[in-house]
Write a protein that binds this ligand. Sequence first.
Ligand SMILES: [Zn+2]
Length: 135
Amino acid sequence: MAESLVTIATFNEPTEAHILKGRLEAEGILCFLGDEHIIGAYPLYAMAVGGIKLKVTENDVDEAKTILRRIWQGNTLFDYDTLDEMAPPEPEPAAAEAVLCPRCGSDQTKEKPYFLQAFFGPKYECRSCLHRWKP
Ligand SMILES: [Zn+2]
């Protein structure tokens, strides 16, 4: 079913209209600008045609107005709930293979960073008994 477009704001300046359009698109809202080109070509016509219209689909009117209101109130912080939806899924943590200490059998071992191994020798250190060894 075709949705109709609803004008949620008008602007005299194409720049402001584009900035807010981009901001709404970043939130996943499909939007369009109406009468942008006539006002771009003849800025004095802005008043005559009623400004550049920022339009969204009927379903997005409430959300888009909420976002615009937040911007105009000076609260431009991202909605972190929305950001989570947009962020790529976090990779599964690699199943770290526990290295067991050869002396005490503890799995509380740590691998030294590679550059430190060049100076300090042994690659692993046990946090329980402080034993150091190379695999
Ligand atoms: Zn140990």
